[in-house]
Design a protein around this ligand. Structure first.
Ligand code: ADP
Ligand code: MG
Length: 200
């Protein structure tokens, strides 16, 4: 294996993706609502240089995690430092860091990444403490480092994620959205696509 290839593989394994899905594997014809040109433009990674965020909202199975991962893999190929975490994993890690007095170094580590991918925000609600720590992280990365976030909940329901705290949710949304690329996908689930095919 070439040296550069090895270093890319190392970046990919350090990123801890849940699945290795690439942009080339994504079928844009199946999900026409997604602006393919916009995603391709993002894959050139200028959004990382500009510390902009990418937000994928939509129901299960529409490709949010796939696209977030695919952009993350592109970033690894460009030797960026990437970390992929589910929102609940992130909440657990922040709470542990806080309770062991390691929060400052945890936040520094998370802020030193070129790209932080937070998957599945909204599947599990955050405690009040986790919500506050999450806000600190988003505020620290604001205008300094990109976040890609996926969620099954539209913004008006984000208060429910953060223990009913609509003010905190608004403060988080405000910072995430300010410099961002928003994809709201309402299309069909790819997971069940074949289930509805007519039997010949
Ligand atoms: P979500 O995160 O929105 O729930 P995923 O990204 O996990 O959905 O997609 C579910 C599965 O379907 C994954 O295996 C993913 O690779 C695949 N998939 C989703 N959309 C597409 C698509 N348009 N083209 C190819 N595969 C897709
Ligand atoms: Mg997903």
């Amino acid at each position: 294996m070439q040296r550069t290839e090895r270093s890319i593989q190392r970046k990919i394994s350090k990123a801890r993706f849940s699945q290795l899905k690439t942009l080339e594997m994504f079928d844009f014809v199946f999900q026409p609502e997604i602006d393919e040109k916009h995603i391709k433009e993002l894959s050139h990674l200028a959004f990382i240089e500009r510390a902009e965020n990418v937000i994928f909202l939509g129901p299960p199975g529409v490709g949010k995690t796939h696209l977030a991962t695919a952009l993350g893999i592109k970033a690894c190929e460009a030797k960026k430092r990437v970390l992929f975490l589910s929102a609940s994993q992130l909440a657990d890690e922040l709470l542990i860091a806080y309770s062991t007095k390691m929060l400052a170094s945890k936040l520094t580590m998370l802020c030193n990444l070129d790209l932080l991918i937070i998957d599945e925000l909204g599947y599990l609600p955050f405690s009040k403490e986790a919500g506050n720590l999450f806000f600190q992280l988003v505020a620290r990365r604001y205008e300094k480092g990109s976040i890609i976030i996926t969620s099954n909940k539209s913004f008006q329901h984000w208060g429910d994620i953060f223990a009913g705290d609509n003010t905190l949710a608004a403060a988080i949304i405000d910072r995430l959205l300010h410099h961002s690329h928003l994809f709201q996908i309402s299309g069909k689930s790819y997971r069940v696509k074949d289930k509805f095919k007519k039997i010949p």
